[in-house]
Design a protein around this ligand. Structure first.
Ligand code: HEC
Ligand code: HEC
Length: 207
C-alpha cells in the first residue's frame, strides 16, 4: 500500500468502514435502474421542446449528484462525500492531476481501494466545466458549448456520457458512498433522446 494512503486511513480511522453491512440487503433488492426514470416515461409529453427539457431535468438527478459534482468543483479543491471540501487539502494543479508534490495518483489508484475511489484516469474536470453551485439550466448550456466542453461535438458529448470511464465511476463508488441514481446505460439513453428532441434546456425559473 502507498505510505501516504496508509497514513491517511490510520488518521481518519476509517470511520464508516463497517457501517455498510446493514444497508446492503436494501440496496440489492432495488432494481438496477432505481431512482432514474427511462425514456419511455416521457413519451406522453406531446410538446417536443417540453419533452426535451423534461428529459434533461431527469438527467439532472445524475449531473447534480455528488458523485459527479465532487469532481466538477468551482474552486481549486475537489469535494468529497456530500460535497464537503476534500481532506486532506489538495489542489487541481496545472492539468487537474494535482500539485507536483501531491498528485491525485499518490492516493487514487487504478481501482477503488477500501474507502479510496480509484480509476486509471482520476483527475479533476477543468475549471470551465465547473458545476458546483450552478443551476441545471446553466450546466445544460455549458456542456453543449464547444468553447467550454473540451471541444466536444454533440455526438462526442453523448458518447462521453454513455461510455466514459470516469463518468462510469459515478455508479461504482466505494461502498460507503451513495452511487448516482440509475445506471450509465439508462443515463446515456436519456441523453440521446434529449439530443434527438433538440437538446433543449430547462428554464432557470423552473429550478
Ligand atoms: C492524500 C491522499 C489523497 C490525495 C493526494 C487525493 N485524494 Fe481524493 N480522496 C482521498 C480519499 C481517502 C477520498 C475518500 C474520502 C471519503 O469519502 O472518505 C477521496 C475522495 C475524493 C473525491 C470524492 C469522490 C466521490 O465519489 O465523492 C474526489 C472527487 C477526489 N478525491 C478527487 C481528488 C483529486 C482530483 C485529487 C488530485 C488533485 C485527489 N483527490 C487527491 C484521498 C486523496
Ligand atoms: C474523477 C473525476 C470525475 C468524476 C467523478 C466525474 N467527472 Fe466528468 N469530467 C472529468 C474530467 C477530467 C472531464 C474532462 C474530460 C475531457 O474533456 O475529456 C470531465 C468532463 C465531463 C463532461 C464533458 C462536458 C463538460 O463540459 O462538462 C461531462 C458531460 C461529464 N464529465 C459528466 C460527468 C458525469 C455525468 C459524472 C458522474 C456520473 C462525472 N462526469 C463524474 C472528471 C470527472
Amino acid at each position: 500500500m502507498r505510505p501516504l494512503l496508509l497514513l491517511l486511513l490510520v488518521a481518519t480511522g476509517c470511520d464508516d468502514c463497517g457501517a455498510t453491512d446493514e444497508a446492503e440487503p436494501v440496496a440489492e433488492a432495488l432494481p438496477a435502474s432505481a431512482g432514474l426514470r427511462s425514456v419511455a416515461d416521457f413519451a406522453d409529453i406531446a410538446d417536443e421542446r417540453e419533452r426535451s427539457a423534461a428529459l434533461f431535468e431527469e438527467m439532472g438527478k445524475v449531473l447534480l449528484h455528488p458523485r459527479c459534482v465532487n469532481c466538477h468543483p468551482a474552486g481549486e479543491r475537489p469535494l468529497q462525500r456530500a460535497g464537503e471540501p476534500h481532506q486532506p487539502h489538495v489542489v487541481r494543479g496545472e492539468d487537474g492531476h494535482g500539485a507536483p508534490g501531491l498528485p491525485c495518483a499518490s492516493c487514487h489508484g487504478e481501482a477503488n481501494f477500501l474507502t479510496v475511489p480509484g480509476n486509471p484516469h482520476w483527475h479533476l474536470a477543468p475549471a470551465e466545466m465547473a458545476w458546483e453551485g450552478e443551476t441545471l439550466a446553466a450546466i445544460c448550456e455549458q456542456i453543449q458549448d464547444e468553447s467550454r466542453n473540451g471541444g466536444k461535438s454533440m455526438d462526442e458529448l453523448l458518447e462521453h456520457m454513455a461510455e466514459d470511464e470516469l463518468v462510469a465511476y459515478g455508479w461504482e463508488p466505494p461502498e460507503h458512498l451513495e452511487p448516482a441514481p440509475g445506471n450509465q446505460a439508462l443515463f446515456g439513453q436519456l441523453a440521446r433522446e434529449w439530443a434527438a428532441t433538440g437538446a433543449h434546456c430547462p428554464r432557470e425559473a423552473a429550478e
